[in-house]
Write a protein that binds this ligand. Structure first.
Ligand SMILES: [Zn+2]
Length: 159
């Protein structure tokens, strides 16, 4: 940090603590050139993040909703709540990288992507709801896709 007194940027942090509401880190610094002290605040940038629904409506991203969806899909599967929370957090992180607004479709696909790695049964359950399976044929097709994608990849790359 540049010292507000002598404008040199050589300092050491003498104290670090959370602000009262926990949204910022307050750091007490001491300039190594003039020895004066000053305070800086480091804030987490919470970017707004929304989901565009099929209806065109925009709603704030709702991680608990993702968690509930995954929990339904993993019912009676050997997957604990901690894993579900971690997966939901990872999905949120992935989606945030796409920008401030994602489609509900992208959210569904991100969940599917993660469930496919996590558990086949949970994946198919989620897919059946998300893709609105109508008959057993849809299911069989999805199982086929699942088997195809879990086969060892031999992608010819380049020439
Ligand atoms: Zn200074």
């Amino acid at each position: 940090m540049r010292c507000p007194f002598c404008h040199e940027s050589d300092d050491k942090v003498v104290d670090s603590r959370s602000s009262d509401d926990g949204t910022a880190i307050r750091r007490r610094r001491e300039c190594l050139v003039c020895s004066r002290r000053y305070t800086t605040y480091e804030r987490i940038e919470e970017l707004p993040f929304s989901v565009r629904k099929r209806s065109g409506e925009l709603e704030p991203f709702d991680r608990p909703k993702i968690v509930r969806g995954i929990q339904r899909a993993v019912t009676n599967r050997p997957i604990d709540d901690t894993t579900v929370e971690l997966v939901a957090a990872q999905i949120e992180e992935d989606l945030r990288e796409l920008g401030g607004e994602v489609t509900s479709e992208a959210v569904g696909l991100a969940v599917l992507e993660h469930l496919r790695v996590l558990d086949d049964v949970a994946y198919l359950r989620y897919a059946s709801v998300y893709k609105e399976f109508e008959d057993i044929g849809d299911f069989e097709r999805e199982v086929g896709l699942l088997q195809k994608t879990t086969e060892p990849k031999r992608k010819p790359r380049g020439d």
